[in-house]
Design a protein around this ligand. Sequence first.
Ligand code: C2E
Ligand code: MG
Ligand code: MG
Length: 551
Amino acid sequence: ALVRFGPDGAVAHVNGDIGISLPESADDNGWTILLADRVVQVIEPARFQALGIECSPDIPGVLVAPIVDEGAAFAVLVVVDRNIQASFGREDTARVKSIAEQLAVSLRRGMLHERLEWEARHDALTNLPARTLFERHVADAVASVESSPPAWVVMLDLDRFKEVNDTLGHHAGDDLLIQFAGRMSSLLGPGDVLARLAGDEFAILCSRQSREEIVEFTQSCVVEAGRPVILDDLEIVVTVSVGVAQISSTDHDAVQPMRRADIAMYNAKWQRTGVEFYRDEIDRRTPARLSMLGDLRTAIEADQLEVVYQPKLHLATGNVVGVEALVRWMHPTRGVVAPSEFVRVAEDTGLIKQLTDLVLSHGIKMLSEFDDHHLPLGLAVNLSTHDLFDSRLPDRVRDHLEANDVAPSSLTLEITESSLFVDAPRTRSTLDELHDVGLRMAVDDFGTGYSSLSYLRRLPVHELKIDQSFVAGMLTDQQDEVIVRSTVDLGHNLDLLVVAEGVESLPVLDRLREIDCDVAQGYVISEPIPAEELIDWLRGADSRAWLGPAE
Ligand code: C2E
Ligand code: MG
Ligand code: MG
């Protein structure tokens, strides 16, 4: 009989049945003593019995040959000869010793091969099955779909993983993936297979009797993933988008259900819904999204994109000090499409450069109109992360300014907090150049990213815009109020102008004024205004009594 132990000491492999109770692990009491000497020995049945190892009394003697690698026995060869009445002799011992040595070599080679194969099929970081192995499991589930309980493919993709990687470094990113893998593993039922397909993309194959059960399971995945993670002493929250597809009897291979789960996952990400089940409609909508790309290209060329302007109010004086340019797509059949729907499409397709140029050109023309009307107002334009990757951006902006004879200091570029950290060195040099052109810079949606204070301090920015998610709830949620208040203090300590976004009510406006916030923007002041109505609105702004400072 041959018994091989795994790295943890448990039995990895047994071959042969010889009427002796074989070791159950490398630390099996009696056997440990026998293997300790690491030499080939003949053992009498009485000795086995004394060690508490069952051994048939008919056997006259047993040869025990530990198979040794790097000083430790990782296997044992146990030999009995049923045909002779006498025990083994010296010659037998020598022969078994040489067999054991040869076995050591080939077992080691076999184990290496096994390990390489395991590594090829598993992900080294998380030890989870990798894509090929997962596909094989799914293919098995597809093959047995008629005879088994319903099986589901669940795709999971972390949201904003790249940001964590770029901001906190790759070790933190790795740490996050390991923690995520551990959390998902803890939720698995018997027979479920969790795999890491690539980067931050994971998948689970599971069988559940009903759709309700799988809904419950995937919800628990979302909740578990959303619990804060400690990375580098920072507590951060990372969410996950989940797509689910049931394996159907019309599937022929693993690719089909995995593709459906993937489509559902992208839908969940797109709509920020957490979990989506695959439906034929979303598949049909994919071509629609593609046609939207075609449309967007034409829209830019046909000037269907419009720019609207939202006023910014200086709280201490009650004066309107500027406007933010916000793009709108006047779609001939879909109606007004919000930027959240197409800015990302524009980024993914390289159309963002044209989009930004378009908004810059409309906005800067508006600035020269302000001049014509003697309105001393600034204007802000939103940039996308992709704009910051374009080293020609500063020149492009300068060209627009010069063509319209507008001073750079009246233009503010808004950059979202999260995009500041994507490839920081590259964005940093663009930011510095923009600064050299004489433009103002604002950090948009502040509070939603992971910027560190020290980094922020070194950036050439002038303005901090507190994200509307904190402002909206500041009168009802004490934490939000604390965040807004400390952001105002923080901004002032860094010599920045602090703007609150999404101000929807007068009480919030008053509270912001009390805590010394500089500027407010939101529906309570005005919704974004179409270009042709803007000058009139601005002219009448002084007469709006509620804009005045509180007594
Ligand atoms: P943002 O730059 O933070 O713009 C503020 C958003 O909040 C605008 O949405 C605005 O309409 C909305 N808003 C203003 N006041 C209120 C309020 O009181 N309550 C609430 N709930 N919302 C308010 P919009 O126009 O849909 O733009 C959304 C985002 O799309 C913008 O966020 C910006 O990041 C991006 N975006 C807009 N225009 C452009 C653009 O021209 N280029 C680029 N790259 N991104 C743009
Ligand atoms: Mg903005
Ligand atoms: Mg914002």
